[in-house]
Design a protein around this ligand. Structure first.
Ligand code: MOS
Length: 710
């Protein structure tokens, strides 16, 4: 076959493309982990603890085994042992994956059994009929600042200068406490996996953020050779940090091994809430002191999150100020407190999302006290090197974002006085906040094959969690190969393709794109040697970016953004409506403007949710959730989301071969602060506890009126 080696300047990177699997998704042809048909498929249903702490004293499995269709009941009395000290590519998996290993219940929703039956309905019926008895022990799930048990993990504190002295010398001081509640990922697709043994290998059809990551963690846990585990995750309906190895994977593997049949476990929404992680609530204190001209003398940020009694998880919100603002005295610390709850995990913009709410709200308070425009205050405090690290920035275009954002939003016409604008019963206000998120790259392996028919195939263990990563990688390959994107097919999410970074940390497309570009360039150099003759199995170039990424100079690497919001507040009902939002980002070269805009708008929409709606409520008496479903846990829906506009300025990363910085998380950072600042501008009231619920707005009004019941 001849190879058409036409060089074109393809409409690839930087040009809007609909995602390549769009038609499959909207027609239902795209199969998700819980939908792929298998012969002889059995269905597992998890049984979760109904108590928060204690021991299992009995499991009446005999009664359940006699129910129609039931194939097995797995629990701590009969399950195989797994290794409990494995450390994978992203650390030790949450101990909740070590299912059925002992009779202890460390928190509500702990998996105590898996019931497997011929049909999903039979499994559910039997699981709900399973009688488990417990010896209950007292629990403590309370979380608030100042509670006992708080500690500072190693290397979680930075300090320079004398904070108290600088605060005392400041013309204006803000010392305020902020809280954010427990929040959940609420991916549209609940977690699901189908497991079978096939040709001597353990095969998983999964919904995850990294198939190699899940495969290796599973291999470790079951002491298998990594080559004996094959994980695929073709389509994923959202993940946001929650889709690594979880309890249902391990339970399904145990069942498939015992039954020697394919076993599927799909979680209900309540089981997703209980077993797949969440963002910890936070309690924060921010202390700022500035000269009359706004220059910061003191910057202090104390950040507290909860963790489980099984594993230490640091949300890390105090990291935000370490790169954003300098001061003569600068102190940041992340503290944790273990309580009897499931372990929290990464959730979109871990650290930066709650941390930015506190710091960017406090800066607005400082601007108010100083009589300085909030944007001017940020301009005055723009650092030239990393405030804590002293490292140079690879590039920092925060002020460019504010400049463009102010222009597009109409900030110059803003009257800074609070509570002076009305639209009928609505009080109107606008607010702004800064946004940032680290821009990283991690080693990945990619291969690109020139096929005999003139097309190209990219293979990489990427995961498209709904971002459009598959499409973006095709565009990057097309640009490097100088061919039209239609000639490139991209195969992802298969652990057999080798090591690659996960869809996380806003590093997916950057890390994978780097590897794909490197392999494609390598292939292009080799193709002329083939003299137009491509063998039947093609010509393949494979690249691992480990060495290249290790050579990156030590710098502060971040993306930036400026968030703007306009709100309307009805102080009679307490309702807050976001009327419009604008985010302007300096977040590297944008590979696919169509899906990138969706990512950023999606992140900003999360910010609306965070500011106004999201809050998982835990019942202190039972230790479990109240309303862990979409009726009880409100996320912003279409009716809550008005005109949300995301724009970007030209900001190619100077050290990335494609120019990417990453856009997965920055959209949510600063958004809640911009909204809270707008609510202050509308009402004159600072809301330092999220979400800004109607009852909180009403209570604040009553306090303003000096009503005795407030
Ligand atoms: Mo995300 S929290 O980096 O999956």
């Amino acid at each position: 076959m001849t190879q058409a080696s036409t060089t074109v300047k393809p409409d690839a990177v930087g040009v809007a493309h609909t995602r390549v699997e769009a038609l499959d998704k909207v027609t239902g042809a795209a199969r998700y982990a819980g939908e792929i048909p298998f012969a002889e498929l059995a269905h597992g249903w998890l049984v979760l603890s109904t108590v928060t702490r204690g021991r299992i004293t009995s499991i009446d499995e005999a009664a359940v085994r006699a129910l129609p269709g039931v194939l097995t009941v797995l629990h701590h009395g009969n399950a195989p042992r797994v290794k409990d000290d494995v450390v994978g590519a992203l650390g030790r998996p949450d101990p909740i994956v070590e299912v059925f290993q002992h009779d202890r219940v460390p928190h509500a929703g702990w998996p105590v059994a898996l019931v497997v039956a011929e049909t999903s309905e039979q499994a559910r019926e039997a699981a709900e009929a399973l009688v488990v008895t417990y010896a209950q022990e007292p629990h403590d799930v309370a979380f608030h600042a100042g509670r006992p048990g708080v500690y500072t993990p190693p290397e979680m504190e930075t300090a320079k200068g004398d904070l108290d002295a600088q605060l005392a010398a400041s013309a204006a001081v803000v010392d305020a406490a902020y809280t954010t509640p427990e929040q959940h990922h609420t991916a549209m697709e609940p977690h699901a996996v189908t497991v079978r043994w096939h040709d001597g290998r353990l095969e998983l059809f999964d919904s995850n953020q990294g198939s190699k990551w899940v495969a290796d963690d599973l291999a470790n846990l079951f002491s298998l050779d990594t080559s004996a585990v094959h994980v695929r995750s073709e389509h994923v309906g959202g993940a946001f940090g929650s889709k690594g190895l979880r309890a249902h994977h391990v339970a399904a593997v145990m069942a498939a091994t015992e039954l020697q049949r394919p076993v599927r476990v799909v979680l209900t929404r309540r089981q997703v809430f209980a077993t797949t992680g969440y963002r910890s609530p936070t309690a924060q204190r921010v202390r700022l002191g500035a000269d009359a001209d706004g220059r910061l003398r003191a910057f202090g940020h104390e950040h507290l999150n909860l963790t489980s009694n099984l594993r230490e998880f640091v949300e890390g919100g105090a990291g935000f100020g370490r790169s954003m603002y300098d001061a003569d005295a600068h102190h940041t610390v992340n503290r944790v407190v273990p309580v009897d709850v499931a372990t929290p995990t990464w959730m979109r913009a871990p650290g930066e999302a709650p941390g930015s709410f506190a710091v960017e709200s406090a800066l607005d308070e400082l601007a108010e006290r100083l009589g300085i425009d909030p944007i001017a205050l940020r301009v005055r405090n723009e650092p030239t090197v990393g405030p804590v690290s002293g490292l140079p920035f690879s590039s920092r275009n925060l002020l460019g974002c504010f400049e463009e954002g102010a222009r597009l939003f109409g900030w110059a016409e803003r009257d800074p006085r609070p509570r002076v604008r009305r639209d009928g019963r609505w009080l109107l206000g606008t607010g702004t906040a800064a946004s940032t998120f680290p821009s990283g790259a991690a080693p990945s392996t990619a291969s690109v094959t020139a096929e005999a028919d003139g097309s190209f195939t990219v293979r990489i263990t990427a995961s498209d969690v709904g971002t459009g990563a598959r499409t973006a990688l095709g565009l990057i390959a097309a640009e490097a190969l100088e061919v039209a994107p239609e000639r490139v097919r991209v195969r992802i999410a298969d652990s057999d393709f080798g090591n690659a970074w996960v869809a996380g940390g806003s590093m997916g497309t950057r890390s994978w794109g780097w590897a794909v570009m490197a392999a494609a360039r390598d292939l292009r150099e080799r193709l002329p040697l083939a003299a137009g003759e491509i063998p039947e199995d093609g010509i393949t170039a494979t690249t691992d970016t480990g060495a290249l990424i290790a050579q990156l100079a030590q710098k502060e690497r971040y993306a930036y953004g400026a968030q703007f919001a306009e709100v309307a507040v009805d102080v009679l009902s307490g309702e807050v409506r976001v009327r419009r939002m604008l985010g302007v980002f300096a977040a590297g070269r944008i590979v696919n403007p169509l899906t990138a805009r969706s990512q950023l708008v999606g992140g900003m929409t999360w910010g609306i949710s965070m500011a106004l709606h999201e809050e998982a409520v835990r019942d202190a008496a039972s230790g479990g959730y109240v309303g862990a479903d979409f009726a009880g846990y409100h996320v912003a829906a279409h009716a809550d989301v008005p005109a949300v506009r995301a724009e970007w300025i030209d900001d190619p990363d100077p050290d990335d071969p494609v120019g990417i910085k990453g856009i997965g998380e920055i959209g949510i950072v600063g958004t809640a602060a911009a909204i809270a600042n707008a609510v202050w501008h509308a009402t004159g009231v600072r809301h330092r506890d999220l979400p800004i619920r109607p009852d909180r707005v009403l209570l604040a009004e009553a306090r303003q009126d000096g009503r005795p019941d407030a």
